[in-house]
Design a protein around this ligand. Structure first.
Ligand code: HEM
Length: 166
């Protein structure tokens, strides 16, 4: 699948648009999104970034579950992640969740590559334009989760650097 990937630049402003509800419907609503995310995490555990995630099965299940809820809500589905975000904007909260981990550009690329595979497996029936819109959100937003750079320095994106378009 031809999905573009551009590099993060330390301190840059990142523009992104939340994914369209039409993607959520096309992937199969709550159940379809859950399947996509569980498949994604199964692949994460075979990937070069597996060590970032809990090895304990119950903790791993919790991450899968919360991750599915986040994506259901950010794609315009029911507000099932609302309570987790403690009143914060969902995207702002998500940047801060990732502050607890040292995320590099190469781990971002691995994360996105894993998601691309999960999409290729699960979304053959979904209009390519909707997949591209979902990817666009991931590709841009994920830059705000990168906080550790090749020179060893760290930089934690402020939410003011996130420009939610449209
Ligand atoms: C579009 C970009 C991304 C989104 C939307 C995203 C979303 C999420 C969500 C929803 C969670 C669960 C939060 C919760 O506990 O409620 C999570 C956890 C996590 N994500 Fe991401 N993520 C992204 C990129 C990345 C990248 C690039 C990495 C690189 C390694 C990463 C590593 C992690 C880790 C380590 C956790 C926590 C696992 C734990 O709780 O032990 N994420 N992410």
């Amino acid at each position: 699948m031809e999905l573009p990937l551009s590099q993060v630049r330390k301190g840059e402003e990142v523009h992104f648009k939340n994914p369209p509800a039409a993607f959520f419907d096309a992937i199969g609503g709550e159940e379809g999104m859950k399947e996509l995310m569980y498949d994604f995490y199964d692949k994460i555990y075979e990937s070069a970034i597996a060590h970032y995630f809990p090895q304990d099965e119950a903790e791993f299940d919790e991450v899968k579950f919360k991750n599915s809820k986040f994506f259901i809500q950010i794609c315009g589905g029911p507000k099932v992640y609302e309570n987790e975000a403690k009143g914060m904007n969902l995207n702002e909260y998500m940047i801060r969740v990732h502050d607890n981990f040292s995320i590099t550009e190469s781990s971002r690329i691995e994360w996105l590559g894993t998601m691309r595979e999960a999409l290729a497996d699960k979304a053959q029936h979904v209009d390519i334009e909707l997949i591209k819109a979902f990817w666009d959100y991931l590709e841009h937003f994920s830059k705000l989760t990168v906080n550790t750079f090749a020179d060893g320095s760290t930089y934690y994106a402020a939410y003011t650097q996130a420009k939610e378009d449209g």
